[in-house]
Design a protein around this ligand. Sequence first.
Ligand code: DLL
Length: 446
Amino acid sequence: MSQQRAVRDDRPFMFEPEVETTPRDALSALQLARLRRTLGQAYANVPHYRRKFEAAGVSPDDLHSLADIRRFPFTMKTDLRDNYPFGLFAVPREQVVRLHASSGTTGKPTVVGYTRGDLDRWADLMARSLACIGAMPGDIVHNAYGYGLFTGGLGAHAGAERLGCTVVPMSGGGTERQVALMRDFGAQVLCATPSYALNIAEVAEGMGVDLRGSPLRCGVFGAEPWSEGMRHDLEQRLGIKAVDIYGLSEIMGPGVACECHVAQNGLHGWEDHFLFEIVDPETLEPLRFGEAGELVITTLTKDALPMIRYRTRDITRLDDTPCACGRTHVRIMRVTGRDDDMMIIRGVNVYPSQVEAVLVGFPGLSPHYQIVLRREGALDAMTVEVELAPEAAGPESARARKATEVRHHIKSLIGVTCTVEVKGPGEVPRSQGKAVRVRDLRKQAG
Ligand code: DLL
């Protein structure tokens, strides 16, 4: 009971209330001091940064205000690859107690490392994020993020333990068993990618397990773009509050930013540990609060792998207006896609999340979809494969009518002409982690 009351209070439960509500000017002063230290460490200990700073004609002594960060060069994923595996570490490798890596579709993986102190701060930030999302000490946390080189599983695990929760370390896959254990243990919090959470909801329905009537209260969903429609669908099917969490391995992992369950409107970026900027992805000029562009992050407390002005490729905007939850940290609005996920179909720029926004909640459809890209002559062509809802199954002619309807909606809402294939229930592959939204057949076709 007391847990439920705390969640409904005007001032919600916070893991580190003083830091989370620090006035913005004090937060900026803290950022400046920590930024000086980080730039100094990068310059002194990482030859790559020293070379890049010197080529740009700057040194850490040139930083007098936070705005001076703009004089420093950007860091990109290619810098990590070029220095594979450990070349960007700012401490001797022996002080690195954990490695993670992202597979990457081409070439070498991106390797990241953590000192014991880095892991400690990550666990604190994840505990802070989980509490922000609505988890409470004592909750049973069912963690279906993948364990291993991916940061999701171990990141959420450490945070839940730090918050004082009981963690069930499931990882992804074996969905029927996941549902059975969620029911048997009475999980209150589910950590998963939104696409895998949808898979879990569907399997539970198929097994006749009503998670809506279970103690499950909140979903900690991230690691891939998702839409408001998907949020609504997950909340209805699971009987929870579905809350967004953001992060990336290069910066830390999950817990760089998360929504609060109070407003569910933008993700608080933890500014005592990170400096956030938005730049125009073409000109790289800084943009103001409210303007959409590429998110650039500088770490302020990472020892093993300081990142200076890391270009995330994620497109979003920042909002520094006060939030109903009382937290003062800037809000990063929902990341709708990466600029490298953008497709250009007959001259129109399209993100997969725009297609999702049309499909989720569309009468008679399930929110399972894939986008297939093919080459037709000199042009790229897009086929959207989407599934009929089980209760909407009907004759072939009904499917064809549904496909025409969806095609018209995509044309009128996104402005792009595509083919739509309506598949039978279960025919679109299910996700066990990050969903594969786009199948690109253009290269195979030659
Ligand atoms: O996905 C870390 C994570 C794990 C975040 C669990 C949240 C929950 P990476 O595998 O390095 O790390 O992928 C990072 O995933 O640059 C975004 O493009 C995307 N991404 C992560 N969270 C979100 C989100 C983890 N909430 C990349 N919304 C990022 C949209 C997201 N995209």
